[in-house]
Design a protein around this ligand. Sequence first.
Ligand code: ACM
Ligand code: ZN
Length: 561
Amino acid sequence: MPEKTYQPTLTIKVMKKIIAAIAFLLAGASAFAEQADYNIIPLPKSVDVDASQTMTLRSGMGIAYDAGNPDAARNAQFLRTWVEEATGIHLELTPTDKKAAVRMTIAAQKKLKKGQKLTPQEEEAYTIVVDKKGISISAASQTGLFRAAQTLRKALPMGEGMTEVELPFAKITDQPRFEYRGVMIDCARHYFPLETLKRYIDVAALHGCNQLHWHLTEDQGWRFEVKALPELAQKGSWREQTVVGRNTGVYDGQRYGGFYTQAECRELVNYAAERYINIIPEIDLPGHMMGALHVFPNLGCTGGPYPVWPQWGVSHEVLCAGNPETLTFLKTVVGELCDVFPSKYIHIGGDECPKERWKQCPKCQAKAKELGLKDDGKHSVENQLQTYINHEMEKFLSERGRDMIGWDEVLEGGLTERGIVMSWRGIQGGIEAAKQHHRVIMTPTTFCYIDYYQLKDQGAQPLGIGGYLPTSKVYSFEPLVPEDLTEEEQQYILGPQVNLWTEYVAYPQHLFYMLLPRLDAISEVQWCRSDQKDFDNFKARLPRMLKLYDRLGINYCHRIE
Ligand code: ACM
Ligand code: ZN
């Protein structure tokens, strides 16, 4: 009996001691604010840290910026929001306070020689200095200030209701390696609402991307409103049903569709521009056109009828190259596209255009004859017929001050004058185009197709298109190939891009699961010098990004291969 009364007394004593010890530890811990860590993704060009000294950031401190400039005000607001989101610390906007703890300024330009301009990468450069005066951010442009604010955001520790954080003294100087840093989204196989696209843009901006390639039309749906042709999107954006799985022959019986009004497109363009991302719209022509052919069957070689395609793959029904109405149609569509999207690049697709119909079609063959096209052993008549369409579109775009991008098939009939090649079937098309002094975006399936599986174990992932592209493989991509290109030719490689096709990706959760963390990997390919890259080091920096995704409620793949 005595033992029984003795035992609980001891337990209470021990518990009291433990509680006191925890309280002591907590009190002690609160004396040490959490520290910022500049080992972010993508890694800045140069980071000099003096860890022996720190600057303390706490609520109530100010951010100074150019009050007369709305872009500067927005960037200051972004920084304030991000600091609060990560730490709970609330900074004040104090534009004119020269002594503010955080100062965002446009740096005096270095003297440029006559006729010399900053490179696009220099335009985005920035410097952050953390010292006893606070945090000084300077850049050549507001774009640079935005990139710097993202860097600070990612360097901050994360937690609820922090009262202060310590930033080690540092000097960070940064600028991207490539001028073009793209991410593509296919909104034609599946439609994603504007809110999801804004999130996608936020995530792209977080990774320093500056181009969103927006794939808007497909066999499976037309998603861009054309005011002169209202039925095109109204009818062409809806498929009667969708095949279940990988072209099983079984269909779900559900009508599926939706399109983006021009007002919505403009809203997204502005949203992206405020985050220093340009939207490149793509109208995929003359193949991948069942959405349009459904509405205008007269534009096909056979006259139809054509359904908005309910299955995956490449339809051999394409626009008729011999029908003059085809070019009228395309110019109406692309004309309105140019009105809505200010992008200097406009993508006209050009991939996977089967030529069976053209070979049989009297109108197409008559057009080829009229143009005097002959098989020259390198380029077939039908491939040259496609080049004729490309030329027409390139001229049309060039009159509007725009440059045409096409998938690498545009090389097959001989490249148009100012066409930019998006090299997707490997890098060979890109190499060939660069040798011909054409600009190139590198997006080979082997490194950049993030619709592929990212884990070996397919059963551990949602159904996908196939393939295997782990984060490590994306990370290993080197877009410049000195063994194949001279230094001068390498200048034509604008940069790399990842592509997210969505045949098997129907929901936002899945979309971000496919995107992350492979976007982290490509962001270092896009941003960092190749000698900075080290996959183990990258992997060690990744958990802090994942923590940020958790905090923002963004899904990602938890396993990294
Ligand atoms: C493509 O993947 N068809 C460009
Ligand atoms: Zn035809």
